[in-house]
Design a protein around this ligand. Structure first.
Ligand SMILES: Nc1ncnc2c1ncn2[C@@H]1O[C@H](COP(=O)(O)OP(=O)(O)O)[C@@H](O)[C@H]1O
Ligand SMILES: [Mg+2]
Length: 240
């Protein structure tokens, strides 16, 4: 079975950048890859994404959001992740279940036992083989995210069709809304970061922490180091 790899970390830490670089690297080596993201990836998931990260976000209470994230995850798992793995594709997922624990649990203060119950119901222990956690100072993540959002808004003004839903790269508009409504202060991001690090401390074999203040190229090299045991000729069933 090919590996299921998730990428986690604060908005702006560099997940999408690293997912794309790894997908390119694998594709160039004729390895089939499914690139997925949460929320999103399925048609229903993209609607949920719009709900969760768009302007309706402020009408949703934390439990409603958590349930929507798990609805999306259930769709993603059954319609995309499991089928892709059984077709022999590597799965690269831009966020997965750890994001719910970190954001809704540690960040927004929902009971972590509730998140664990939903995990048992929905993911049934199908955790990623490797989770790349890009750890970064919240202030650096925020400045990277807002630079990216400014550039993306400028691009969208030049070609407005880019901001339509379902055309793929509408991440940045959503992230901008998310930053606005979800977290006015860096304290929220500090709690989320701390939550991610606690998850990594509990599951060090699965969750690998990379220093997100490195350059894009340095991080890419470290990601390749983490996934190398799964490359053809170097097969293994898990990372120890
Ligand atoms: N290691 C890095 N160093 C400097 N800038 C980076 C790095 N990784 C990503 N970026 C830039 O920071 C912004 C946010 O990166 P992105 O991959 O969109 O983060 P995320 O998907 O985690 O929100 C983008 O403009 C990206 O080009
Ligand atoms: Mg992203």
């Amino acid at each position: 079975m090919p590996p299921f790899i998730s990428f986690e970390g604060l908005d702006g830490c560099g997940k999408t950048t690293q997912v794309r670089l790894l997908a390119d690297y694998l594709t160039q080596r004729d390895i089939q890859v499914a690139v997925l993201r949460e929320p999103g990836s399925t048609p229903a998931g993209e609607w949920i994404r719009e709900l969760l990260l768009g302007s309706l976000n402020k009408e949703l209470d934390p439990l409603s959001k958590l349930l929507l994230f798990y609805t999306d995850r259930n769709q993603n798992l059954h319609k995309k992740i499991i089928p892709a793995l059984s077709e022999g594709k590597w799965v690269l997922c831009d966020r997965f279940a750890d994001a719910s624990a970190a954001y809704q649990g540690y960040g927004l203060g929902l009971d972590l036992a509730l998140v664990e119950t939903l995990d048992r119901m929905v993911i049934h222990g199908r955790k990623p083989d490797v989770t790349v956690l890009i750890d970064i100072e919240p202030s650096l993540a925020r400045s990277r995210a807002s630079d990216r959002n400014r550039r993306s808004e400028a691009r969208n003004r030049q070609s407005p069709q880019l901001s339509l839903p379902f055309l793929g790269d509408n991440d940045d508009r959503f992230e901008a809304e998310f930053l606005r409504f979800e977290a006015e202060s860096l304290d929220f991001f500090r709690r989320v970061r701390e939550g991610y690090l606690q998850i990594a401390a509990r599951e060090p074999n699965r969750v690998r922490v990379l220093n997100g203040s490195q350059t894009i190229e340095q991080l890419h090299k470290e990601v390749l180091g983490l996934i190398s045991p799964f490359l053809p000729g170097n097969r293994c069933d898990g990372v120890e």
